[in-house]
Unconditional design. Structure first.
Length: 189
């Protein structure tokens, strides 16, 4: 059961290690990705005192200026909650996406499952589908190794057309197709 802050807990929170952002966003701010407001992003967790290093329990709700690490300016720098920022890194690592790629806040919302006062859950299948749609590399586990694939949006559209013609059983998105490619790559290696 997650702990819910009181109004006093919320009013007492000063932004912890991001106090300037906490004040700058104002009282009515909500994360543009998960749509939680400042009260809802406050969560009870273990913290480390910055000077003594002692671990203690307390409220935390850090904010981050999220930006496109690739320099391609796919989206402007945007203030998002800590959990949305964490999800960006976790998904990139798990799917084997390029380190300089960043999901835009409007893309994060497609695969996060937010809840007040807690960490986000992640729908990795939706994240992988989004990454494929964006033409990014996506790790696919083969029988013997991970294989990195890059699929353009044009090829993805052709795959979608083929899947639609094959019927509902084949429409488990692209997984079966990717597994077939991995198998062929492994046989030829």
């Amino acid at each position: 059961m997650r702990r819910r802050p009181t109004e006093f807990d919320f009013a007492s929170y000063d932004g912890a290690h991001t106090p300037l952002l906490w004040k700058a966003v104002g009282e009515n701010w909500q994360c543009p990705a998960c749509k939680r407001n400042k009260f809802e992003i406050l969560r009870w967790t273990k913290r480390r005192h910055p000077k003594t290093g002692l671990i203690y329990w307390g409220w935390i709700a850090p904010l981050h200026t999220h930006h496109d690490h690739s320099g391609k300016n796919r989206f402007p720098p945007t203030i998002i909650c800590d959990q949305c920022n964490v999800v960006d890194g976790v998904v990139k690592k798990r799917l084997g996406l390029p380190g300089d790629f960043s999901f835009a806040p409007r893309e994060l919302v497609e695969f996060i499952v937010p809840a007040p006062h807690s960490k986000h859950e992640i729908d990795y299948q939706k994240a992988a589908n989004l990454a494929i749609g964006l033409g990014l590399f996506c790790s696919v586990r083969g029988k013997h190794k991970n294989v990195q694939l890059r699929i353009s949006s044009e090829i993805l559209a052709q795959i979608d057309n083929l899947l639609a013609r094959r019927g509902p059983l084949a429409q488990s998105r692209h997984q079966w197709f990717l597994e077939a490619i991995v198998e062929k790559i492994e046989k030829s290696a």
